[in-house]
Design a binder for this molecule. Structure first.
Ligand code: AQP
Length: 334
């Protein structure tokens, strides 16, 4: 990747099969960005440790997530794709970032507050220092841009603050990353509670569309999506969160504007609208599902790509890690 292209870095946790939200909000744009940037994508298995997952399941989900990225069109010949824990630099840099982070600033992170209220029985220290590990992930690769959803802007600001502080205290090491807002990105909400985002770890299967769901399942889930009693397809996220969410999905896939969608379904019931949304989603996800099934038969190929990804990731990030350690005054091993 010796060229002048800017670096984009992003990760996704292996906490379940990707949802339509992960796809429309993130991974679909990752595919498009491969042409214009040097893209580094990783499966954030260390981050996934902040919630409890059965070990066997975590292993399986990590393999699946890696295959899903490739199935979604991330090409290991164009982009760097790897599993976070396979590159030891992340854990090492994570500790360094922990020691550069203040308790007060970590306490203000809204994601910590949200996630600790969701898992009150497991408010672990990792959940609290999650943004420090994430700062390390980004800074290790001297990333220019990080694609961020609205829920991640606080973490990016934190990364910039820590990097600025480090550069000021020890001398210039880190590039300050900027947020990247993909044009075609969409925030997808739960089909059963359209005021909260669609999440892969949601325990209610009717609330999420998995990108591996078949057409019949997808149509059924959209049919039972929560709407309202007005029977009018118009975009109003405050008053009509359910219908607005379905419109967002339909628009993200077909490219139609909200006005065009309202006109298309004027005088027709929600039944027709839900079927149309379900059909376009099923059609968009079909090639991903087919590619995924093919890839899961090729275990050796997947393992080889993981190994190669880890090797390149180590090579790129070790330069920054070594420089960081020198600046801090850690004695380097000879
Ligand atoms: N509902 C969503 N709409 C749009 N974008 C979304 N993303 C997640 N959910 C939506 C984006 O997907 C990328 C990867 O997310 P992640 O796995 O690192 O963590 P997350 O945001 O916590 O995703 P989930 O699905 O909600 O996972 P769990 O259930 O494990 O917490 C990110 O770019 C994210 O913005």
């Amino acid at each position: 990747m010796e060229n002048n292209k800017k670096i984009i870095l992003s990760g996704i946790q292996p906490t379940g099969v990707f949802t339509l939200g992960n796809y429309l909000g993130a991974v679909r744009s990752w595919k498009q960005m491969q042409e214009d940037y040097n893209c580094y994508y990783f499966i954030a298995d260390l981050h996934s440790m902040t919630i409890h997952i059965d070990p066997q399941k975590r292993r399986q989900q990590t393999r699946e997530a890696f295959a899903l990225l490739l199935a979604c069109g991330i090409d290991p010949e164009k982009s760097l794709v790897f599993v976070q824990s396979h590159n030891k630099c992340h854990a090492e840099m994570g500790w360094i970032m922990d020691c550069c982070s203040q308790f007060g600033e970590l306490s203000r992170m809204t994601q910590f507050k949200d996630k600790s209220s969701k898992h009150p029985d497991n408010i672990n220290a990792g959940l609290f220092t999650y943004p420090a590990l994430m700062a390390g992930d980004i800074l290790l690769y001297q990333a220019d841009y990080v694609p961020v959803g609205a829920d991640q802007t606080q973490h990016l600001e934190f990364t910039r603050d820590v990097a600025t502080r480090f550069n000021h205290t020890y001398g210039e090491v880190f590039k300050l990353p900027e947020g990247y807002f993909p044009k075609a990105g969409a925030r997808v909400m739960s089909l059963q509670d359209p005021t909260s985002k669609m999440s892969k770890s949601d325990t209610n299967p009717k609330a999420t569309i998995s990108i591996l769901d078949d057409e019949k399942t997808i149509l059924k889930k959209f049919k039972s999506a929560v709407t309202d009693s007005e029977a009018c397809v118009r975009f109003d996220p405050e008053a009509k969160p359910g219908v607005s969410n379905l419109m967002t999905i339909y628009s993200a896939i077909t490219g139609k504007t909200m006005e065009e969608i309202t006109a298309e379904f004027a005088g027709r019931g929600y039944g027709d609208f839900k079927t149309a949304v379900g059909e376009c989603v099923a059609e968009a996800l079909r090639p991903v599902r087919e590619k995924y099934e093919e890839l899961m038969q090729e275990r050796t190929y997947l393992e080889e790509q993981m190994r190669r990804g880890a090797e390149i990731a180590d090579k790129i990030s070790r330069r920054t890690l070594t420089k960081t350690k020198k600046k801090i005054g850690l004695l380097l091993e000879k």
